[in-house]
Design a protein around this ligand. Sequence first.
Ligand code: TXA
Ligand code: MG
Length: 341
Amino acid sequence: MILIKVNPFYPEEEKIKVAAKAIRSGNLVAFPTETVYGLGADAFNENAVRKIFEAKNRPADNPLIIHIASIEQFFEIVDTEQAKEIENVANKVWPGPITFVAKKKEGCKIARSATAGLSTVAVRMPAHPVALALIRQSGVPIAAPSANLATKPSATKAEHVFEEFKDKVDVLLDAGNTFYGLESTIIDITRNPPALLRPGPFTVEELERIFGSIEVSEGARGLKTADVPIAPGMKYRHYAPDKPLVLCDKDKIAKAIDDAKNKGLKPILLVSNETASHFNGVDAIALGSEQNMYEIAKNLFDALKRLDKTDADIGIAQTFPERGIGLAIMNRLRKAASVKD
Ligand code: TXA
Ligand code: MG
């Protein structure tokens, strides 16, 4: 792997050129976006896209997001009618942490495996200067899932990517921490009203202002129900630390600690600064202040990854109000905690 440190705000052209060359040669490049790190390949190159699935150990029926750097590229891959309908909105919200699932343009050059053979395509124009520079310099849209092994928490810094992919990725662009720390909001615009498939930094409140109304299913909140129209990837296990993680309301934490201790298990808390100081004496990974939910979002995946490196036997995470970015935080926490109990 070639590891390249790059300025997050003023990416150095010669460094971006090295990464863009790797993309054009059909190789994998891990790069920062404003949400999480992505594991990218030339979206037009079938062989290159397959390498992503292999490296991540990702099921072939879970499609990727196509990253673009211009509205022209949007029109190249999305059905013209649909692209025209959404163009104004797209210009308003992009570049930014929001992905549209739209009708795919017939005969477009996107590799079949990138969309898992679906007739729709997920597209986003990221706001991170390094991501935009890389897409522009490559001259092609970049297919990229989050740069983590399947089922694991997403990568919010280059070290996370390095740990999991050092032998599997050709170039890693290290621009430090990502800005939001949670993956983009995904909205399905082929439906009326548009449906939220995954909550993210672009909030439901903002979406409602743009679209009038949107559909928010239980599935999008991370709750399990039978009839949820959700992103294909959502049926898979997600964000799971190796250690068990219990999610509970603040007023149940004391009991969860006792329960763990009674079973001879050493607990560690994944909670806000405020909650951590309430339970001083118990090990804790503090996520940040409840006064700033964006800080908690930013630290969440790193905390989930750190949990596995502690000597604790079980993590106890607190719930947060599902407003604003809180909805996305709770979606990730529920998925991280849901498997084990
Ligand atoms: O912030 C992000 O979105 C990051 C950065 C790298 O851009 N990317 C990311 O990709 O989170 P990934 O692959 O980890 O998650 C993409 C989700 C998956 O759950 C996938 O199932 C869904 O998008 N998806 C992709 N194409 C879709 C489609 N055509 N219809 C419905 N869901 C789709
Ligand atoms: Mg992912």
